[in-house]
Write a protein that binds this ligand. Structure first.
Ligand SMILES: NC(=O)c1ccc[n+]([C@@H]2O[C@H](COP(=O)([O-])OP(=O)(O)OC[C@H]3O[C@@H](n4cnc5c(N)ncnc54)[C@H](O)[C@@H]3O)[C@@H](O)[C@H]2O)c1
Length: 259
């Protein structure tokens, strides 16, 4: 992978898919700005990157708070002087049935997954444009953008929005040499998945083990994916050799696709 000297910001960079991708990009020579609202975990992830010989810094920010994201970007610019790539991995999945959903509950997944991706992308794109450097933005959609899940309406809708946002960004920013792609992970072994399976299982009157086994059976490859299996591909999306991929969402789900 050719990521030497690239500066890549990763939101959700504390753990899970973002955390693993931060480590993988650093292992290929990128300088990483890991951003998360979980201070202890993002610091720990960066400590591990540095201990392994990588170059990274961390910043605490909530992706829905523009001032905090601008401060995180500025911290990165002070250290590295530029940003070549952004991986928007911060996200949440709080399940709720449509009939039980309050307006606040509706806003929760939508704000973090959709508005957070918009704010981080727009602020990083402004820096790339101002610096006149080309850039790559990778968003995190989900198989849930194309495969409906009961009791998970706002998550599905938020991820469909992220895929469409990726297309519009590709149109608006291609003239600036900024390209955007979304990954659509299937079921990946992280905290979000464990929490979601527990709660969706409960909503269907099943225990987590039963629901987990049922979900595994929907994957032709027969296993829940690992965060690193997404991260290696995201690293390739920051390699210039993948630059002609622009605007689309790439499903990475072990063969699990729309029924
Ligand atoms: N795990 C899966 O099966 C799966 C499948 C499809 C898509 N995804 C997406 O992958 C992305 C990463 O999730 P994950 O599975 O690694 O889960 P995770 O919970 O391990 O990681 C999510 C990270 O985002 C951070 N975060 C959440 N809200 C934030 C906010 N407002 N500001 C800053 N940081 C915030 C969390 O602190 C955490 O470090 C999410 O967008 C998720 O929707 C996950």
């Amino acid at each position: 992978m050719r990521l030497q000297d690239k500066v890549i910001m990763v939101t959700g960079g504390a753990k899970g898919i973002g955390g693993a991708t931060a480590k993988i990009c650093a292992s290929y020579g990128a300088k990483v700005i890991a951003v998360d609202y979980n201070e202890a975990r993002v610091k720990q992830n960066v400590d591990e990157i540095i201990a392994a010989g990588g170059d990274a810094i961390w910043a605490v920010a909530d992706v829905t708070k523009r001032d905090q994201i601008i401060a995180a970007i500025n911290k990165g610019l002070e250290k590295y002087g530029r940003i070549d790539g952004l991986f928007n991995a911060a996200g949440v999945d709080r399940i709720c049935s449509i009939l039980d959903m309050s307006d606040d509950e509706y806003d929760y997944n939508m704000n973090i997954n959709v508005k957070g991706t918009f704010i981080c992308s727009a602020e990083v794109a402004k820096v790339m444009i101002e610096n006149g450097n080309k850039g790559r933005i990778v968003n995190t959609s989900s198989i849930a953008a194309v495969r409906e899940e009961a009791h998970n309406m706002t998550y599905c809708v938020s991820k469909a929005a992220v895929s469409m946002m990726t297309r519009v960004m590709a149109l608006e920013w291609a003239p600036y040499n900024i390209t955007t792609v979304a990954v659509q992970p299937g079921n990946i072994e992280t905290d979000i998945l464990r929490e979601s399976f527990t709660n969706r299982g409960k909503a269907e009157g099943k225990d987590v083990k039963e629901f987990y086994t049922e979900m595994e059976a929907t994957i032709p490859m027969g296993y829940i994916g690992r965060p690193e299996e997404i991260g290696e591909f995201v690293a390739f999306l920051f390699d210039d050799r993948s630059a002609y991929i622009n605007g689309n969402s790439i499903l990475m789900a072990g063969g699990k696709i729309m029924a």
